[in-house]
Design a protein around this ligand. Structure first.
Ligand code: SIN
Length: 293
């Protein structure tokens, strides 16, 4: 046991130089108000937190998530159903089939491409949390990208091209490429359903400004001819997701990974569809639209 653990303090170990911290010596199912405030502070400061070795029932998961604010109801799954009876806030991310032969969760076993959760809303969710119940022996790693680091490293001409611009965030497809329930198919970035947000946003907690991209598919730089918007976004995306801006998480059962959607993007590696992966996810409501830098 380390000195910090012996004294009951929470150890905070940065995951990368620009993003995230692992918190040690904390049981998320038994937080008092003081320790909850320390967890929140680390989250604001590092943009993402990892806490390993947790044992959280559905009530614990919801109660911990509520420490950060009101929760969104989970969106409908791709098959139009909700996932966990009695817990409308819990969304199941899984490739596993239930006894009825239907998926118990969303996103299957394929890649989930880089994205920020539900940025097609006017006030996108503030944060998302994944809790690992079952993990595959290989693959299914989740990546986070620091959008402050991405902006910082953006070449000057690209930054100037985005300055003062709005990007439309598409609401047609989810990160697994599935059509969202109840949305009409539209593969034209200029006409698809979505919400424009500033391309460069102020950090909501007073940190460095961030690039705000949402997801690549159907994105559109408002006011530009489509071909110009596509070329600009291709170049910006190629820079944003460089390895040096990212953290790759290899899951263990009991891990909790929580990220600030306002300052990060995430993606997931594919994995063997015959393996099992079951994650419970909650999402903290956003209170405001992203503000321009
Ligand atoms: C997600 O994109 O919300 C899911 C990521 C994952 O399955 O690791």
């Amino acid at each position: 046991m380390s000195e910090a653990q012996a004294s009951g303090a929470i150890e905070v170990l940065p995951l990368t130089p620009t993003l995230g911290a692992e918190l040690r010596g904390v049981d998320l199912a038994a937080l008092d108000d003081g320790r909850a405030a320390a967890v929140r502070d680390a989250f604001e400061r590092y943009g993402a937190i990892l806490v390993r070795g947790q044992r959280l029932g559905a009530d614990d998961l919801v109660a911990f998530s509520r420490r950060f604010g009101a929760l969104d109801e989970a969106p409908l799954m791709e098959n139009g159903r909700t996932a966990v009876p009695g817990y409308p806030e819990i969304y199941v991310v899984s490739n596993v089939l239930g006894a009825d032969g239907k998926p118990i969760g969303s996103l299957g076993a394929g890649e989930a491409v880089w994205h920020t959760d539900m940025s097609y809303l006017a006030a996108p969710p503030r944060a998302s949390l994944l809790y690992a119940l079952e993990v595959p022996p290989a693959g299914g790693d989740t990546w986070l990208c620091s959008m402050a680091a991405a902006l910082e490293a953006l070449p000057g001409d690209l930054r100037r091209a985005l300055d003062g611009r709005m990007i439309k965030h598409d609401g047609t497809y989810n990160s697994g490429g599935y059509l969202r329930a109840g949305v009409r198919v539209d593969d034209n970035p200029e006409t698809c359903e979505g919400t424009p947000h500033p391309a460069i946003c102020r950090h909501p907690a007073g940190g460095p400004d961030v690039l705000y991209l949402g997801r690549r598919r159907n994105a559109y730089v408002m006011g530009l001819p489509l071909a110009e918007s596509e070329a600009l976004l291709d170049r910006v995306w190629a820079h944003a997701c460089r390895a040096e801006n990212t953290y790759k998480h290899r899951w263990r059962v009991g891990d909790v990974l929580m990220w600030d959607n306002r300052v990060t993007m995430h993606r997931r590696d594919p994995f063997d569809a015959a393996a099992r992966r079951v994650m419970h996810r909650t999402q903290i409501k956003g209170a405001e639209a992203p503000a321009p830098a």
